[in-house]
Design a protein around this ligand. Structure first.
Ligand SMILES: [Zn+2]
Length: 142
């Protein structure tokens, strides 16, 4: 369940997404959900045999367009708001062992163009207040 809680000691909202406990964490390469899908192989998030850069909605998102019910009503001390927003995954390469440092300047320029495109598209949505490279969320309404 996606929601935000206001932390009065930090003076900022903190995201909670309890369903993320079930996400895939450091799987072996042959079961990597972010590698290209191979015919007859393990199904992945990218149903292609090759890709340069891929962007898709995060299956284990911290923020959602329709986050559902918040766990409890806000009160004077504990402010809680829906975790409304957008979470996308941008894959840099279809090579499981690739690193940014090993990529060509051309590929990195394309990656930066993809980030800029996603920043503009998602950031132009009326409900979106803030975009970052790790999370994008909407303004808390509670
Ligand atoms: Zn992989």
């Amino acid at each position: 369940m996606n929601h935000l809680r206001f932390d009065p000691t930090l003076g900022e909202w903190v995201a909670y997404a309890t369903h993320r406990q079930d996400w895939t964490f450091l799987p072996p390469a042959e079961y990597c959900p972010l590698c290209p899908a191979k015919p007859g192989g393990f199904p992945t998030e990218v149903p292609r045999e090759r890709y340069g850069i891929a962007v898709f909605e995060n299956k284990f998102l911290a923020f959602a367009p329709n986050p559902g019910e918040i766990p409890a009503a806000s009160n004077g001390f504990h402010k809680i708001a829906p975790g409304r927003g957008v979470c996308e995954v941008a894959l840099y390469s279809d090579d499981h062992d690739s690193t940014l440092a090993s990529m060509s300047d051309w590929h990195i320029r394309n990656l930066i163009a993809v980030w800029a495109d996603r920043y503009e598209e998602v950031g132009s949505r009326e409900e979106v207040e803030h975009c970052s490279s790790s999370k994008t969320r909407a303004r808390p309404s509670g």
